[in-house]
Design a protein. Structure first.
Length: 348
DNA sequence: AATAGCGACAACCGCCTCCAT
DNA sequence: CATGGAGGCGGTTGTCGCTAT
C-alpha cells in the first residue's frame, strides 16, 4: 500500500509552463509568500500539482536566481565540492548563490562531467583514469575480466584513454608494499567511496547516535584516505602529485593558469567559503603548485590572496549552520587540537 | 529543404526526511 | 510513540533548438 498521490495526476496540467502560469505563481507568492504548496494551485488558479508549482518557483521563478552561465570559479567550486561530498547537489548549490540544485546537477551532467573525462579524470572518483583502471585491474575477484574490457569499451573512456600518458600510474604502482593496504579486501577498494557517501548519509541523520563519530571520521580531507587503501598510503606525502599531472598537460595547465588569473574575489565572497578548505582545494602560498592531497585539486594564488581566503574561511567556519559546516567546523577543531593529524598514517 | 543527432535545460518521478498531530 | 502529509532531494525523462548530413 503506497502513499496516495498529492494530487489527481490525470486532471492536472503537465509539461512546460506558460508565461501566464508563471505570472500567476509570481502574483500569488508576492502576496502570500511561499509555504503549503498544495494549496497554491487552487488559490492561484492553476491546474497544476502543488509539487510542480514549488519546483517551478524554486528552480526558475525565484527572484534571487541567476540565469546566466556558470563562471570558471563556480565550475571549480562544483568540481571540488563534488569530489568532497559526491552528488549532493543541494549542498553544492548552497555554496553557489543564485544557483539551484537542478542547475548544478544539469551543468555537471552536461558539461563538467565531460570536461573531466576529457582531462583524463574519472568524474565519479575524481581520480586519474589510469588509477581507476589499475584499481579495477587489481580486483581479481571479478567474475571475469570482461568487466574491465566493457569499462574500457565505453565510448567516453575510449576518447580519453589514448589522449595522454599519465605519470602517476607508475607512481601508484610503486606504493603497493604497505601491508595494511594489502589487508583490505578487494571489495573494500571498490566500495570505499560508496562507503564514504553512506557514512555521509548516516552522519546527516539528525537523530543518529553515531553522528558525531561519523563526522569525526569524515571531518578532514582524509575521509577518502581513511577508507581507501590506496589513498591511505599516499597521503599526506603521496608520491603522486597533482601538480605534476597538471604541469604535464598543457591543456589542463593553461586552464588552471587562466583560473589563477581570474578574480578570486567571487569565490571569497561566497557565503561560506570554508568548504574550500575541506573540499579538496589546497591553497598554495607560493606560485609553485604544491602537491595536493589525493583526490583534491591544487589552486594557486598569491600569498595575500591565500591569507585572505584562509582568514575568511576561519570567520565563516564559526558561522556554520549546515551539515557540511558542521563537518568543517569539527575539522577545524581537530586540526587545532592535533596539528599533525594529517601526517599520521591511518591503519585500519 | 528535410531530418537525424545531439546538447542543454526544464520538468517529472519516486523515495526519503522531518514535523505536526 | 505512531502515523500521515508536506517538502526536499537525486535520478531520470521530455522537450526544444541548433547543427551536420
Amino acid at each position: 500500500m503506497g502513499r496516495p498521490p498529492c494530487c489527481d495526476k490525470s486532471n492536472v496540467k503537465r509539461g512546460l509552463w506558460t508565461p501566464e502560469e508563471d505570472a500567476k505563481i509570481l502574483a500569488y507568492v508576492s502576496s502570500h509568500g511561499t509555504g503549503n504548496w498544495t494549496l497554491v494551485p487552487k488559490k492561484a488558479g492553476l491546474n497544476r500539482c502543488g509539487k510542480s508549482c514549488r519546483l517551478r518557483w524554486t528552480n526558475y521563478l525565484r527572484p534571487d536566481l541567476k540565469h546566466d552561465g556558470f563562471t570558471p570559479q563556480e565550475e571549480m567550486l562544483i568540481i571540488n565540492l563534488h569530489a568532497a561530498i559526491g552528488s549532493r547537489w543541494s549542498l553544492i548549490a548552497r555554496r553557489l548563490p543564485g544557483r539551484t540544485d537542478n542547475d548544478v546537477k544539469n551543468y555537471w551532467n552536461t558539461k563538467l562531467r565531460k570536461k573531466l573525462m576529457k582531462m583524463g579524470i574519472d568524474p565519479i572518483t575524481h581520480k586519474p583514469v589510469s588509477q581507476v583502471l589499475s584499481d579495477l585491474g587489481s580486483i581479481s575477484t571479478f567474475p571475469n575480466t570482461n568487466n574491465q574490457m566493457s569499462f574500457v569499451n565505453n565510448a567516453s573512456m575510449k576518447n580519453m584513454l589514448p589522449t595522454r600518458t599519465e605519470p602517476y600510474a607508475s607512481q601508484y604502482s610503486s606504493i603497493t608494499t604497505n601491508t595494511s593496504a594489502k589487508n583490505h579486501t578487494k571489495v573494500d577498494q571498490v566500495h570505499s567511496l560508496d562507503h564514504q557517501y553512506h557514512v555521509f548519509s548516516e552522519a546527516s541523520s539528525s537523530n543518529s547516535s553515531s553522528t558525531s563519530s561519523n563526522i569525526e571520521r569524515l571531518c578532514s580531507t582524509q575521509s577518502y584516505s581513511n577508507h581507501n587503501p590506496q589513498a591511505q598510503i599516499t597521503t599526506p606525502c603521496s608520491s603522486f602529485e597533482w601538480s605534476a599531472f597538471l604541469h604535464s598537460d598543457p591543456f589542463i595547465w593553461s586552464e588552471f593558469q587562466q583560473l589563477q588569473q581570474c578574480d578570486m574575489q567571487m569565490v571569497m565572497s561566497l557565503p561560506k567559503p570554508s568548504g574550500l578548505m575541506q573540499s579538496g582545494i589546497v591553497i598554495s602560498n607560493n606560485n609553485d603548485q604544491v602537491g595536493a592531497s589525493e583526490g583534491s585539486v591544487a589552486v594557486t594564488c598569491d600569498p595575500s590572496m591565500s591569507y585572505q581566503m584562509k582568514k575568511q574561511c576561519e570567520v565563516h567556519s564559526s558561522l556554520g549552520d549546515s551539515f557540511v559546516d558542521g563537518i568543517l567546523d569539527k575539522d577545524s577543531e581537530i586540526r587545532e587540537a592535533f596539528p599533525n593529524i594529517l601526517d599520521a598514517a591511518f591503519d585500519y
